[in-house]
Design a binder for this molecule. Sequence first.
Ligand code: FES
Ligand code: FE2
Length: 401
Amino acid sequence: MRKSRNERLTRVGPGTPMGNLLRRYWQPVGVAVELDEEPVQKIRLLGEDLTLFRSAAGEYGLIGDRCPHRCMSMEYGIPDERGIRCAYHGWLFDPAGKCLHQPFEDRVNPDSNFREKTPIKAYPVAELGGLIFAYLGPKPVPLVPRWDVLVRDDLDRVVEIHELPCNWLQCMDNAADPMHFEYLHGEQGNYILKKMGKPPAMVTTPHLKIEFDVFEYGIMKRRLLEGEAEDADDWTTGHPLLFPNILAVGNVGRPTLQFRVPVDDVNTIQFAYRTSVREPGAAPKPMTMRRSDLFNAEGKIIADNVPAQDMIGWVGQGPISDRTQEHLGQSDKGVILYHRLLDEQMDRVAKGEDPMGTIRDPSENEPSIDLRREGRSLRSFDSKYENAFDKVQRLASAGEV
Ligand code: FES
Ligand SMILES: [Fe+2]
């Protein structure tokens, strides 16, 4: 890859081609249950420093981090019925960024219109499925995609957040590369278990074929493993990479969405939105979330579970992978296809067109967008919906891995 193309694919700041493309999609920026605890949060998204808040009336807002008065960070702000007040001198901003009150100015001059000259940058925010999404692109604002797992009422949900010191594209390239399962999860996973004195738990079945089909919301990825029949749903169905930065994984019993959200050029936050189908008649569990630190005291990632294994793949390529040094083979055809799709969609945005997956018609979005995914395959172990990934997750949560 040419250096210029690598830069075009990876740089996400305002005004860059990829920054412009990613700004056309709603991105998760927070979790509602976390704002119950702390209603004002400093965030960084696509190279922009911002403050996410929930007003005292329960309305969400996402505004610039610096108060237009004397540049105090709004992360110290005080939620108000009408928005948020800067902690320093109390200027009040509504979720649309309008300055509604300047305590001293308004007191000494009740006719002051100074506040009309001091709005703060603000972006649209929406809550869906317990996640808070933001849109940093141009108007008209598209609809928030109602992916099935965000809106189904038969699922219990846990959100896990990881902060990753690497460019977002490394996380997504991994999603277009099924073959890594054999080594990064299989051989490497078993090697780690062996070092911990534990028996192997991972399958290392060879991939015989991999295939990728572009569809309206991204790329369906399929694989055929040795010993599987061609009617195995790994091969007939597979699961989708949702363009541009979501992987839908898991299976029909435990569907998951992994949002790889670019913080800036060299940092990414993953929101892993894990769900499980509730037993019939069971009471719904309240949604929970956790933030997990990847690194141990020595600054190393211990890759003894599937998500951490993927993360060593992402972080291990460096802050921004130098793709001028890569040697892509047959196993990388999904990555090549995905990059081409990104190029095409950046070109569309540059021409003023909507990129793929932009949803403006409510009939496309309501009641939800159902995603196909595999249910059961040769990779399954002992229960109806458990595949190798699930088994390791189960062992990990039981402290066995
Ligand atoms: S710096 Fe924000 S009100 Fe003064
Ligand atoms: Fe993986």
